[in-house]
Design a binder for this molecule. Structure first.
Ligand SMILES: Cc1ncc(COP(=O)(O)O)c(C=O)c1O
Length: 381
């Protein structure tokens, strides 16, 4: 073996890979990793088949122009925001790439990047790889996983380069309100702090509530990279395609990096999605679709010892097992996968310093049969 120092000595395989592998090994119902247990629409499949003839060479680096325009048009329709498709939109190979490029194009060694735990596990390692210092603030389950704005204000230093935000939130299902946008804007006003906003669940918000994108607040929009994904919206997580929306000066820096990371994203996917996203009903119905699943899953736990935490958006349901077991969440998640064959995600792994909560995350983007069978097994505990 050749000796070389690991650049990520502390980093392990992600919990999603681990739990999905464990679920497969034990033939468990996989409610761990966040991917739909059903296929995308036949219409989208047909579009892909159509465009896989004659559209098989490199796309332009920033994306196929008609696709970028469709993304800008959809943003305008949904948020009432006008974007210049040629200057403010970049097509990427999934939100993971968007997050990585956004972080790496602005974070210098020694810069601090603030994130709120439990936080999606792609943020911290990307900041560290850039030489940055991740600063983790905790959100409290008892407080509905709301951000403590006073704590954030106290945490900002001259070294703060960026703040990572995520609504609807993975893993907790919490969402931002207009007040959250206001609070963040008030804190960053007059600073050079950038915002990296992970909005991959933008079209999954429940109970008639609305998604408050940072795009909606001028103070935030002018300093934000908005990272989106078609994977969650169209049941195509395996396509790995998304976008970054940012003002021109940020998009320029973002694209300098994107060109070295992937250069461009798959061409036929871009043409197929460009047509598909012209029809708003394809994403406007998504909240109702998942709300029904959330409610179906939740109803199966009525009268049980599981305590369901509110899920306002995303396709995750967090559940407290305090009355069932005193095991650590990591141990219980593993045991449930092996013994009753239901896989989940322990939320402590999304913390730098886990608070010792007794909470597991279940993905309800699964067929009704799978959800009911999983619930049936869980309520027996
Ligand atoms: C919060 C969050 N951000 C980013 C991603 C990654 O999105 P993509 O699959 O488009 O890379 C996910 C996927 O689970 C996610 O939950």
């Amino acid at each position: 073996m050749i000796s070389f120092p690991s650049k990520q000595a502390q980093v392990q395989t992600t919990i999603f890979t681990k739990m999905s592998a464990l679920a497969a090994e034990h033939g468990a119902l996989n409610l761990s990793q966040g991917f739909p247990g059903f296929d995308c629409s036949e219409e989208l499949q047909a579009l892909l088949a159509f465009y896989s003839k004659g559209h098989n060479q490199y796309a332009p680096m920033a994306g196929v122009p008609v696709f970028k325009q469709s993304i800008a048009d959809k943003t305008s329709l949904f948020y009432g925001i006008d974007l210049d498709a040629s200057k403010e939109v970049t097509v990427v190979s999934g939100a993971t790439e968007a997050l990585f490029c956004a972080i790496h194009c602005c974070v210098f060694p020694g810069d601090e990047v603030i994130m709120f735990d439990p936080s999606y596990d792609a943020y911290d390692p990307a900041v560290r790889l850039a030489g940055g210092i991740p600063i983790h603030l905790s959100m409290d389950a008892k407080n509905g996983f709301q951000i403590d704005w006073e704590e954030l204000a106290r945490t900002i230093t001259p070294k703060t380069r960026a703040i990572m935000v995520n609504s609807p939130h993975n893993p907790t299902g919490s969402i931002w309100t207009e007040n959250d946008l206001e609070a963040l804007a008030e804190i960053v006003k007059g600073t050079n702090i950038l915002i990296i906003s992970d909005e991959v669940y933008e079209h999954i918000v429940f109970d008639g509530q609305k998604h408050y994108s940072v795009l909606l607040h001028p103070e935030l929009r002018q300093r934000s990279f908005v990272c989106g994904s078609f994977g969650k919206t169209y049941h195509i997580t395996g396509w790995k395609i998304g976008y970054c929306l940012a003002p021109e000066y940020l998009t320029k820096e973002f694209q300098k990096l994107h060109q070295w990371v992937t250069f461009s994203s798959a061409t036929p996917l871009q043409y197929a999605l460009s047509d598909y996203l012209k029809e708003p009903s394809h994403y406007l119905g998504l909240s109702d679709f998942y709300q029904r699943k959330r409610d179906l899953f939740a109803s199966a736990f009525e009268g049980s010892k599981w305590k369901l935490l509110p899920s306002h958006g995303s396709f995750f349901q967090c559940m407290d097992y305090q009355e069932i077991s005193d095991e650590k969440d990591v141990d219980l998640a593993e045991r449930l996968t092996k013994e009753i064959k239901v896989a989940s995600i322990p939320i402590s792994v999304f913390y730098e310093k886990a608070p010792g909560d007794t909470i597991l995350r279940f993905c309800f983007a699964k067929s009704d049969e799978v959800l009911l069978e999983a619930a049936h097994r869980l309520v027996q505990l």
